[in-house]
Design a protein around this ligand. Structure first.
Ligand SMILES: Cc1cc2nc3c(=O)[nH]c(=O)nc-3n(C[C@H](O)[C@H](O)[C@H](O)COP(=O)(O)OP(=O)(O)OC[C@H]3O[C@@H](n4cnc5c(N)ncnc54)[C@H](O)[C@@H]3O)c2cc1C
Length: 401
């Protein structure tokens, strides 16, 4: 879908940076509640079929329902997914539902675009800078077109929301400390099935796991979608981030022991050939790489004299370990709490914006800190094992915000 950059708005009430789960969900929540609010969302990538799968947990489901103020958005997401057949403690309704990441993104995007009105979505526009004069009522935000044209666009906004993920530029411009990078790299990709690779989908049918030394690859299919295979790789080899296309594929295969096949059984060799075929069939456009990282939430969103009219949601605010699959769900919760704060501080004068931000961040902090504590406790436990959620944690997830 082409999103017109030539006619980007020059003014808006809320400028959202990042068009992934957090950015799109927030735009839906704000647009639904406040049709008069002018919202501009800028995403630096194109909307490709990147990513693997994301578990929409009970708290995420509850958040989606509140953001859209009706049930069709949630139903269309749940209809695309499948319930996670997890350990017994997770088998209570509503169950976590696994969806292809790009499908979740596309459903949110379509819903946001259908709401339309004062909401504009621009792709291939990368945040470069934010300037905020001391007593000005607005922040000046500049973006650069990521295509060859490299055009610059400037927008003035009353509030900037950074929904731009773990390596957030908004966060950097606010001079907040970056996330502490861990030693694990995640790479996720999607293969769209065509007549050349039809048999791959049938051979997986469910999920397959490959492990070799400190690298693990999951191949995942979802019953309701016969046209897609997704894969997620986690490895402690950190120099995987910069490789693309064929180089990345061959390096991943090396890490999986593909080139040391001589001492393997026929069955193991067949499995590795399947992994190789899936990786080689992946369009590099549909691959996303990230270094896992965790933010220190001990002082909340962080003290910042710079840019008091900006805040952060999702991974940009509180990236956590992927252990419990809560990253996306916490991002959805953020959007609900931020929308509620908007209801209380409706007039976006500079002072009100500051109060709105404070209200949002303070309300949100206890839940974020609770999750971070849980995850740092889990990180002390031996790797490679699922450690049961306590019944208290299950209740916490079900309760949501
Ligand atoms: C392409 C992609 C695929 C993913 N696949 C999965 C998956 O399969 N499973 C899973 O659990 N998690 C996945 N994630 C991560 C997951 O979405 C997050 O961990 C979580 O949902 C919180 O989302 P978020 O919106 O806060 O951050 P993110 O999902 O990281 O989104 C941040 C967005 O901001 C954009 N952005 C960054 N910098 C700028 C800038 N300077 N200007 C404009 N835009 C910018 C990025 O392109 C991205 O779209 C994926 C993320 C991305 C970007």
């Amino acid at each position: 879908e082409e999103h017109n950059k030539q006619h980007a708005v020059s003014e808006c009430d809320v400028c959202i940076v990042g068009g992934s789960i957090a950015g799109l969900a927030l735009s839906i929540g704000l647009r639904t509640r406040f049709p008069d609010l002018h919202i501009a969302l800028f995403e630096r990538r194109q909307f490709t079929k990147a990513g693997a799968v994301l578990g929409v947990a009970p708290n995420g489901q509850k958040a989606i329902r509140e953001l859209s103020e009706e049930s069709t958005l949630l139903s269309s997401i749940l209809n695309e997914g499948q319930e996670v057949k997890g350990p017994p403690e997770l088998n209570c309704r509503p169950m976590t539902v696994l969806v292809f990441w790009y499908q979740l993104r596309d459903i949110l995007l379509e819903y946001a675009q259908h709401l339309g009105g004062n909401l504009s979505v621009y792709t291939q526009m990368e945040l470069q800078d934010m300037t905020e004069a001391q007593d000005a009522e607005t922040v000046t935000v500049s973006f650069q077109d990521t295509t060859a044209q490299k055009q610059r666009t400037t927008v003035s906004a009353k509030l900037v929301v950074g929904a731009d993920g773990i390596n957030s530029t908004v966060r950097r411009l606010m001079r907040l400390p970056p996330a502490v990078v861990s030693d694990t790299t995640s790479i996720r990709g999607t293969v769209v099935i065509d007549h050349n690779n039809k048999s791959l989908r049938q051979k997986i049918d469910g999920s397959l796991i490959f492990s070799h030394q400190d690298t693990t690859l999951y191949l995942i299919t979802i019953e309701k979608n016969q046209n897609v295979i997704s894969w997620a790789l986690s490895s402690k080899t950190t120099n995987l981030i910069d490789d693309e296309g064929v180089d990345a594929t061959e390096k991943i295969l090396m890490l999986l022991g593909y080139h040391e096949r001589d001492d393997k059984s026929v069955e193991e060799k067949e499995k590795l050939e399947l992994a190789a075929a899936v990786l080689r069939a992946t369009d590099p456009e549909n691959v996303v790489r990230a270094q896992n990282a965790v933010m220190d939430m001990s002082t909340g969103w962080g003290h910042r004299p710079h840019h008091p009219c900006a805040t952060l949601v999702g991974d940009a605010a509180h990236a956590c370990r992927p252990t419990d699959g809560q990253g996306g769900n916490m991002a959805l919760e953020d959007c609900v709490v931020l929308c509620r704060a908007f209801t209380k501080h409706r007039n976006l004068s500079r002072n009100n914006v500051k109060e709105l931000i404070q209200d949002f961040e303070q309300t949100r902090l206890p839940r974020v800190q609770r999750l971070h504590k849980d995850q740092s406790d889990r990180a002390q436990l031996p790797p490679g094992k699922w450690v049961s959620w306590t019944s208290e944690f299950v209740d916490w997830v079900h309760q949501g915000v």
